[in-house]
Design a protein around this ligand. Structure first.
Ligand SMILES: Nc1nc2c(ncn2[C@@H]2O[C@H](COP(=O)(O)OP(=O)(O)O)[C@@H](O)[C@H]2O)c(=O)[nH]1
Ligand SMILES: [Mg+2]
Length: 426
């Protein structure tokens, strides 16, 4: 029985895992073995809302980030075979002031943020947490494009240039970006050959991509604007300034390109980028094949974090004791005690530093939370999450399919794109 009274409801039988039902088994395991612990310990208040069913089935998502006018919208248009998504605005001035989810639809249409975030068939319900100030800056753009049968593209408002202009926005741009970055499968970071400086807001956004470094693809765009010799120097300069902001063991690959049809008549330039184009397309092509593995990975990360969260809350409450007054909470959540609790839990459960939540953020959220909702751990629920991490997950990983049935179809889309490019040059 749990430490705190009633036993939780039993886990209903979960069917055996096969190559065909991995996503469904993952979802069932999450709903019955992880989500109940999240609910018990108000995980949402400290981290992110529970995963919803549509997220387990979702197609891979690609997020485009970069300063104003770096060519994000133009690049999406290019990848869609030259078709603009409904409501597209391209230009040298700040154009896209919205996050736009570009998705497949039989006929071109646009949807408001509130409808998009309410649509149970799409994986965007969790965006509701950012409230109406954000939802008015969110749109859906549907169109009948083959590539969109396999992927979602997310276009974003330009990152502000210069210093400390974030206050100009009505919502917290960096938090929204961090949240979306956690959910997506690839993050395309665009840089402009003529404007390499990384603004304060861009730095904040890059710092917020922590933990998602492996999803990042860097594109040095508008390469047609500088001469080929200069490009190498520009690429070096970009890699140098990025290495100071993004913390990765290897210097990330920088794809050089110009994803617009305007310049493709110039065969010399095309010749220069053609390997980068092909490599970049290959990365996109691989996404549907990797999507199940990535969802499994996300759920493992989340399960570990939920477990640590439960252990922390339990220890804090143990130290508070029976007299649960506001004053006691503030004492135990003060730096002296809380830091010691973090160290204790980490050592006792043999966790790495990176397994622990961000200390300051944790403390901040803890002090903002409703103390009356805090609960001690429930042994049964903790055992379930441990069973998931120690046992279930290895069976799930064993059954991750390696060949996506849609692979030939997405491959064809990119072959056509490369062919079209060649014809443009000839
Ligand atoms: N020369 C050149 N211009 C580009 C390229 N990509 C985009 N542009 C231009 O840059 C401007 C801004 O593009 P846009 O896609 O609206 O940028 P966004 O704000 O990042 O979405 C437009 O005038 C585009 O035509 C490129 O590769 N080369
Ligand atoms: Mg744009």
């Amino acid at each position: 029985m749990g430490i705190c009274g009633k036993d939780p409801p039993p886990v209903p039988p979960i069917p055996p895992c096969t190559n065909e039902n991995v996503a469904q088994i993952l979802q069932l395991s999450y709903e019955h073995k992880i989500a109940p612990l999240e609910k018990r310990h108000c995980y949402e208040m400290f981290h992110t809302p529970p995963l919803c069913a549509s997220e387990f089935k979702a197609k891979p998502m690609v997020l485009f980030l970069g300063q104003y006018s770096v060519g994000k919208t133009t690049m999406i248009k290019y990848l869609l075979g030259g078709d603009e998504y409904p409501g597209t605005r391209i230009g040298p001035e700040p154009t896209t002031d919205c996050f736009v989810v570009v998705h497949h639809a039989e006929t071109p249409r646009t949807t408001m943020g509130t409808s998009l975030a309410a649509d149970g068939s799409m994986p965007f319900q969790s965006l509701n947490q950012f409230g109406s100030a954000f939802l008015t800056h969110l749109r859906g753009a549907g169109m009948p494009c083959k590539l969109l049968k396999h992927l979602y593209f997310i276009d974003t408002p330009g990152i502000l240039s210069g210093q400390k202009q974030t206050a100009a926005r009505e919502y917290d741009f960096a938090s929204v970006t961090r949240f979306i970055a956690d959910k997506v499968d690839m993050i395309v970071l665009l840089f402009d050959t003529s404007k390499l400086d990384i603004s304060d807001e861009y730095k904040l956004v890059l710092q917020n991509l922590k933990g998602n470094e492996e999803k990042i693809k860097i594109v040095l765009n508008k390469a047609d604007m500088v001469d080929p010799g200069e490009l190498i120097r520009v690429r070096g300069a970009l890699m140098w300034s990025l290495s100071k902001v993004i913390d990765t063991p290897e210097v990330p690959k920088v794809y050089i390109g110009s994803f617009t049809e305007k310049q493709s008549k110039n065969s010399e330039i095309l010749e220069l980028f053609k390997d980068d184009y092909a490599d970049f397309f290959k990365e996109l092509e691989r996404l549907p094949n990797q999507v199940v593995a990535r969802r499994v990975n996300d759920v493992i990360k989340r399960a570990k974090s939920v477990r640590v969260h439960a252990l922390l809350m339990d220890e804090i409450l143990r130290q508070i004791g029976l007299l649960k007054t506001e004053g006691r909470f503030h004492t135990v959540l003060g730096d002296e005690r809380l830091r010691a609790i973090f160290v204790d839990i980490r050592l006792k459960h043999r966790l790495a530093e990176s397994d622990m939540p961000n200390y300051r953020l944790y403390q901040e959220n803890a002090l903002k939370s409703y103390f009356k909702d805090w609960k001690r751990a429930d042994e049964t629920l903790l055992l379930r999450i441990e069973e998931f991490l120690m046992k279930d997950i290895s069976t799930i990983i064993e059954h991750i399919p390696h060949d996506d049935p849609s692979a030939p179809s997405i491959k064809k889309v990119f072959e056509d794109l490369i062919q079209k490019q060649k014809e443009n040059v000839e």
